[in-house]
Design a protein around this ligand. Structure first.
Ligand code: GLN
Length: 482
């Protein structure tokens, strides 16, 4: 009897498993990119961990299918770019399956479906798309809502304001900088259920199914594993549990915090770990990039006063090119552009770490300005000194080292301090590539508690204190060197 049952099961097993294509992990770890604030799909809870339907789902699927993941939350647009540039293997961010996206992404089976919908303040009189004439509608960059708004703009005559992340968009709506926002219906409805004083006067428009995605033609096993895992979680009820956890009444919320986050003290108390880690990244970025910039800057600065025309030309080109490109574009070019270019030639995904990309961008940028400081310092020493020294038979190198540079350095020092302060402030710009330094840390926290006034005040004071301390320190050093 027992044997018969086993034989029966052995026959049944392959029949049942026929429908499911087994997939095996290829990579030891998959990097999954997501949005930074898109509750209830992904958001930070009061202990600053990312939670939400998407976060729970991808973790449950990875566990079910036995693969390792590392999640990054740079924001929707940045997550899309990260997957396209090969920085990440997949994206889960309440992402809609649209025809346009199918050209560049492979999608999993869908796990949700969403409309795009207009949100306005509770007190607003806007009741139809026609009412939006000459009004400003905010939308997140790269989203299906943005496509919808662009397509209907000429019909209704509104202005579109694009945001990099949800928190700044909702902030702007709350402060009245924009008149309406366009976002996914579950997201707007969720924020209303969380007490946001908003309403949705017009019925939503379907934008498609919500699914997980990989860059077209890459990581096929990841899609397969996602689908298999999703099917398992649906079958064993775990998927429904995840949905209920966030959507049922009395569900997990973004704002239930153990500490009152409406006061500056509460904000500091609840987020000091994040602040410290953001501060660490900011300081590391500024210090490392400035050290590199000094080396590169001095080399090009020396080139620019060299007796050789070719060296002067090289230096001039370097300074002109780097100074002529905005830092944010330089950072985006290094982080997204170059990996994309390399992949198009070699067919190999070659992502670059965001910290490394940010450091390179900041170093090059500061180096160009330092080269100019060095040139200015050297040229400020009267030419007669070089001529006199050379006529005494002393070599160019020796004259430079013994006579010109000691004087020039004194002239350059205050400018170096100045340039360092600029470099430290510039670190906020490279947060655009998703680097969670101090500024980005603040924005993420605001995405959760909407305390923009207090949070930006805290950030401003943070920078003010660090910069003041560092400039004081630099002044002391400067005195010593003199
Ligand atoms: N569902 C929308 C889209 O795919 C928005 C996604 C998001 O903002 N995370 O464009």
């Amino acid at each position: 009897m027992k044997k018969k049952i086993i034989a029966f099961l052995l026959i049944l097993f392959p029949i049942f498993s026929l429908g499911v294509v087994k997939a095996d992990t290829v990579k030891s770890k998959y990097v999954i990119a997501s949005d930074s604030s898109f509750a209830p799909f992904v958001f930070q809870n009061s202990s600053n961990e990312y939670t939400g339907i998407d976060m729970d789902l991808i973790k449950a699927i990875a566990k079910d299918q036995g693969f390792e993941i590392e999640i990054t939350n740079p924001g929707f647009d940045a997550a899309i770019s990260a997957v396209q540039a090969g920085q990440a293997d997949g994206i889960i961010a309440g992402m809609s399956v649209t025809d346009a996206r199918k050209a560049t992404f492979d999608f999993s089976d869908s796990y949700y479906t969403a409309n795009t919908i207009l949100g306005v303040k509770e007190s607003s009189t806007i009741a139809s798309y026609e009412d939006l004439k000459d009004k400003t509608v905010g939308v997140k960059n790269g989203t299906a809502s943005q496509t919808f708004l662009t397509e209907n703009q000429s019909k209704y005559g509104y202005k579109i304001k694009t945001f990099a992340d949800g928190s700044s968009m909702y902030d702007s709506l709350n402060t009245g900088a924009i008149d309406a926002v366009m976002d996914d219906e579950p997201v707007l409805k969720y924020s209303i259920s969380q007490g946001q004083k908003l309403k949705t006067p017009i019925a939503g428009t379907p934008i498609g199914e919500t699914a997980f995605a990989v860059k077209k033609g890459t990581n096929p096993e990841l899609i397969q594993m996602f689908n298999n895992g999703l099917a398992n979680l649906k079958a064993n009820g775990e998927f429904q549990k995840i949905l209920d956890k966030y959507l049922a009444s009395g569900a997990t919320t973004a704002s239930t915090s153990t500490v009152d986050e409406t006061t500056i003290w509460g904000l500091l108390q609840n987020n000091y770990k994040q602040f410290l880690s953001g501060l660490g990244i900011t300081l590391a970025l500024a210090l490392i990039s400035f050290a590199i910039a000094i080396v590169i800057g001095i080399i090009f600065g020396m080139f620019s006063v060299s007796p050789y025309k070719s060296l002067r030309l090289i230096s001039e080109i370097f300074v002109d090119v780097i100074r002529g490109i905005p830092l944010m574009i330089l950072a985006a070019f290094i982080f997204w552009g170059i990996p994309n270019f390399i992949e198009s030639i070699t067919g190999q995904q070659s992502p670059i770490n965001d910290f490394v990309a940010g450091t390179i961008a900041l170093s090059l940028n500061a180096a160009a300005y330092i080269a100019e400081i060095v040139r200015g310092g050297i040229q400020a020493v009267p030419v007669g000194q070089m001529e006199a020294s050379r006529s005494l038979g002393i070599s160019y190198g020796k004259t430079m080292r013994k006579i010109i540079l000691p004087q020039a350095t004194k002239l350059m020092l205050p400018n170096f301090v100045n340039q360092f302060v600029i470099a430290l402030k510039d670190t906020t710009i490279v947060s655009a590539i998703g680097l969670v330094e101090l500024f980005q840390t603040g924005k993420i926290i605001i995405a959760r508690n909407y305390q923009s006034f207090k949070m930006y005040a805290i950030l401003a004071i943070f920078y003010l204190v660090i910069i003041t301390l560092l400039t004081r320190l630099a002044k002391c050093l400067e005195k010593r060197i003199r």
